[in-house]
Ligand binder design. Structure first.
Ligand SMILES: [Zn+2]
Length: 686
């Protein structure tokens, strides 16, 4: 999922929930940059006016005469934020992208101002809640807490300073992210010989220039293949060094400023540090609880990770008998993992390039839809794409039984200026009786040169597709509550990856994968033994990958836990890293300068590990039934986890679904199972 902005995205200005027509004309994709700007400005002004009128209305405040109109005003502003954010991500015109980003920043400033508006706070606090249902009470409690956390109870001068700080933090965080996106570095190699091991399609797009040299950049399409396949360790070493420094020194003062401002914000509000502030409204609640959790997971992972790393080192010594250690550019600690890949190919006979034959996009998508129909009883109705932001975009309406559930878009083909990773964007939050939810998957899976339906997918992209679709299902099912603050967007951010990490399992499970992985040229279904080897190869290095996530989680916590005066973020990174791995970070590396999650997730990067432990437990009822397609378990999952959104604390949802508190049993079993599956095998012949 897209890392959380200070407010997660979701938009569109239409209040229509109608699914009767097929017109998608409500999306103003044809607007110019200045029209986008005007529209955002006038909508924000309207929201300001309406808020002021609402606050000046005399009489007792009730859910009907106050909360409901307030929610609609905030929904209007949120639409500006989400729509701007989405325009910035997908629009093909640079001017429109800038207008989108500026609109979303203006909407964030409105929210920052609202949160320290003491008139609004008093009015909300005086709301008559007699007879109100639980979600409504929970919604109001969350709004009040958010305002207190912004300093609304402070005196006017302090509130002004806090508002200024929050606006500055948004601006500096955007600058940090923009530097990472914009800055790239290159290395030059003297000819194709230096690129030994890289696949032919990479060589075809990296031809020598007039002087005979070849340029390699730190962008993902160059970085990942080089780290995975380049035989020359020197090439991997050089590129990793540039990659680690790609936003250095530019982001050094920016990150220092961000850490200092967030520390000031948290301490002015009475917290010991920003970590305590950021974690307070999450499932975990306290940094100490995060530390205990990370220690516990590290204890599970350390020994198996050490064993896997020793195995990679042994394989390295076959190439370099005198090698004393595994370097960062040899392993999957940063990058794809050269020796992990070697063992996957040699011991498990898994060549990810060969899997592509079974994975044409149209077939994968239809297989995914069929699984969702069987699991959840939903149906997908394709809509015409005219009038959307790009002709390659697919649009669908979803129904559950005969009732409309929502609409979504698939934008999967890369193009210039488009968001370059994979994420599920909320386009608009669904509100009961008012409008249906809309989301979009913005990914870059498909080769733009041929017809998308038959374009072959990387297996790892199929897993990402399912991951993002897990977020999408969550958004569709949960978008039918009464309030903006009880939609999925306002759920605890350390729970948000659980439904998506869970849904990946349907792409990993041999039985469900075999339903759609079929070679259309030969009609052959993916062979069972290949599926079995794939599963084993995937398990190789599992504990190393997750110990790395634990290390990063501990680093993000530490950076936001310490006073910023004299804090050297690079040194802190190195110091905490060394608690988990003996692989030294080279002295010239500056990884904290180009780590996008330090803005969005700030101190709670632990989200990935925490959500994973929950996701493994959520999977357990399916595994106990012996099938991932048990309809009764799927229905309970949809009812207890997906549909409630954030109408209740996430821990209560998990408890309702499992019938108990979640625990570590499933996670520990999964780590042990990974070791068992990936045990050394006799080498396949070359
Ligand atoms: Zn995600």
């Amino acid at each position: 999922m897209n890392g959380p902005a200070s407010r997660p995205p979701g938009t569109s200005l239409s209040a229509s929930g109608s699914h009767t027509g097929t017109s998608l004309g409500e999306f103003p994709w044809s607007l110019s940059a200045s029209e986008l700007e005007d529209r955002a400005t006038s909508n924000l002004q309207r929201a300001e006016t309406e808020l002021s009128e609402l606050l000046h209305r005399p009489g007792a405040r009730t859910v009907e005469n106050f909360l409901e109109p307030l929610d609609r005003i905030l929904l209007r502003v949120r639409d500006i934020a989400s729509h701007g954010h989405f325009t910035f991500a997908v629009h093909s015109d640079e001017g429109c992208r800038t207008a989108g980003r500026e609109a979303s920043e203006a909407a964030e400033r409105f929210f920052n101002g609202f949160r320290v508006n003491d008139d609004a706070y008093r009015a909300l606090g005086s709301l008559v809640l007699e007879g109100a249902d639980e979600p409504t009470r929970f919604c109001v409690a969350k709004m009040l807490r958010e305002m207190r956390r912004s300093g609304v109870e402070k005196d006017a001068a302090s509130r002004a300073r806090l508002l200024e700080l929050n606006n500055e933090i948004d601006r500096v965080a955007n600058q940090y992210a923009e530097n990472i996106a914009k800055l790239e570095r290159t290395i030059e190699v003297s000819g194709t010989n230096d690129l030994a091991g890289l696949p032919p399609d990479f060589l075809a797009t990296h031809l020598p220039g007039a002087d005979g040299t070849i340029r390699i950049t730190t962008r993902y399409p160059d970085f990942h293949p080089v780290m995975a396949y380049a035989q020359q360790p020197e090439l991997r070493r050089r590129l990793l060094s540039e990659f680690m420094n790609r936003a250095y020194p530019e982001n050094l003062p920016v990150l220092d400023q961000l850490l200092a401002q967030r520390y000031e914000l948290a301490t002015s509000l009475g917290y010991p540090a920003y970590s305590a502030y950021a974690i307070e409204d999450k499932m975990m609640e306290r940094p100490e609880a995060v530390r205990t959790f990370l220690d516990r997971v590290a204890n599970v992972l350390r020994q198996p990770a050490t064993a896997d790393l020793a195995r990679f080192l042994a394989r390295k010594r076959e190439d370099e008998p005198s090698a004393e250690r595994l370097e960062l550019w040899d392993s999957s600690l940063f990058g794809e993992g050269y020796y992990d890949g070697k063992l996957r190919a040699e011991e498990f006979g898994v060549d990810t390039k060969l899997l592509r034959a079974y994975l044409p996009y149209g077939q994968v998508r239809d297989g995914l839809f069929a699984l969702c129909e069987e699991l959840f009883g939903v149906h997908f109705h394709r809509l015409p794409s005219d009038g959307l932001w790009h002709p390659s975009v697919e649009a669908y309406d979803v129904t559950l039984g005969n009732a409309p559930l929502g609409r979504f878009f698939l934008d999967l083909v890369p193009r210039e200026g488009k968001f370059s990773h994979a994420a599920c964007f909320g386009i608009r939050d669904g509100i009961l009786g008012l409008r249906l939810p809309q989301s979009a998957l913005v990914c870059n899976f498909l080769d733009a040169t041929g017809p998308a339906e038959s374009a072959r997918m990387q297996y790892s992209d199929v897993i990402t597709f399912f991951h993002e679709f897990g977020h999408l299902l969550h958004a569709l099912f949960s978008g039918h509550g009464r309030w903006l603050y009880t939609t999925m967007s306002f759920i605890e951010w350390d729970f948000v990856e659980a439904p998506s990490q869970l849904f990946e399992e349907w792409a990993r499970n041999p039985a469900t994968l075999a339903r759609f992985a079929r070679n259309p040229d030969t009609g052959e279904t993916i062979p069972a033994d290949l599926l079995e080897r794939l599963r084993a190869a995937e398990a190789l290095g599992r504990s190393v990958r997750w110990l790395r996530q634990v290390a990063l989680a501990a680093i993000s916590l530490e950076l936001y836990d310490r006073p910023p005066a004299g804090l050297d973020s690079t040194e802190t990174f190195r110091e905490v890293w060394a608690r988990y791995f003996t692989h030294p970070l080279e002295p010239e590396y500056h990884p904290s300068m180009a780590w996008g999650h330090l803005t969005g997730y700030s101190a709670f990067y632990y989200t990935y590990v925490w959500s994973l432990v929950i996701a493994r437990d959520l999977l357990r009822p399916f595994l106990e039934k012996g099938t991932l397609t048990d309809p009764e378990t799927a229905a309970r999952y949809a009812r207890e986890i997906l549909t409630p959104g954030s109408t209740r604390p996430a821990s209560e949802l998990v408890q309702a679904y499992l019938g108990r508190e979640f625990d570590f049993v499933a996670f520990e079993r999964w780590i042990r199972e990974g070791l068992e599956l990936s045990r050394p095998r006799p080498r396949a012949t070359a």
